[in-house]
Design a binder for this molecule. Structure first.
Ligand SMILES: [Zn+2]
Ligand SMILES: [Zn+2]
Length: 247
């Protein structure tokens, strides 16, 4: 299984960093987790966008879905680009946001597929399950695995959450959000994690390796990963656009 990072900035872009987008490739299947603003350019550098097997959109915020518009326009305008309609997995809340705010009509190009926490779907050779994250309504985290093979966890945006620690139990590679290096005093409870909160989630889930991502500028993933590594015994990897991890 292979993870490719197309965008790792938190909440808004940053110098040299686009917003959330992660490709999971295995067994000939290419599943995209989120497609935040700016990420389409990095995606198109690595694969023909029409070759995507499916896209999972974790929630309705623009830094996780804005470039669905780019994908939609590319597939609409470029002759031959659309190989097959592309399933878009998300909660009903997320799909409604896409429908009303982004695309009035999916046009037979994108196929909305509503999923909920606890549900499991097959995308090619990948099994994908979902759990509620502690963020805005309808935010889903995802666990992706190959039968008898490795597993990847994706926290989406979330505050600390014991339910997610269980959901990610024994995960091989955790892609974890770390919006803040340290939680700001004025921040509401939950919503996002800081470095110590992400380290705690990774530790309690027994993750083997951790990719630290979704760090909001002027914070950066290298600084966040350093703080996480002080508190988590597994391997810590700072995300960057273009990062690839085999596991
Ligand atoms: Zn976000
Ligand atoms: Zn968000």
């Amino acid at each position: 299984m292979r993870l490719s990072v197309f965008g790792h900035a938190g909440s808004y872009g940053a110098p040299g960093a686009q917003c959330s987008s992660y490709l999971v490739s295995a067994t000939g299947t290419q599943l995209l987790l989120d497609i935040g603003n700016g990420s389409f350019s990095n995606l198109a550098r690595q694969l023909l966008p029409g070759d995507l097997s499916a896209v999972f959109v974790s929630h309705r915020h623009h830094d996780h879905l804005a470039d669905l518009i780019s994908l939609y326009h590319y597939l609409s305008f470029v002759p031959g680009a659309l190989r097959h309609p592309i399933p878009i997995y998300g909660s009903p809340e997320t799909l409604e946001a896409i429908r009303t705010l982004v695309l009035a009509d999916f046009g037979g190009i994108l196929l909305p597929q509503a999923v909920r926490a606890g549900q499991a779907v097959e995308v090619g050779g990948l099994q994908v399950t979902f759990a509620d994250a502690d963020h805005v309504p309808g935010t889903l985290a995802a666990r992706v695995s190959v039968d008898g093979g490795p597993s990847l966890g994706f926290t989406a945006d979330t505050g600390p959450n014991p339910g997610l620690e269980q959901f990610f139990d024994g995960i091989d590679l955790l892609v974890g959000e770390c919006t803040w290096l340290t939680r700001p005093d004025q921040a509401p409870a939950g919503l996002h994690m800081d470095a110590s909160e992400l380290a705690s989630m990774a530790t309690h889930s027994g993750a083997r390796r951790l990719v630290v991502t979704h760090v909001a500028y002027p914070g950066n993933a290298v600084a966040a990963a350093r703080l996480v590594a002080d508190r988590f015994a597994g391997e810590v990897i700072a995300a960057f656009d273009g990062l690839a991890v085999e596991f």
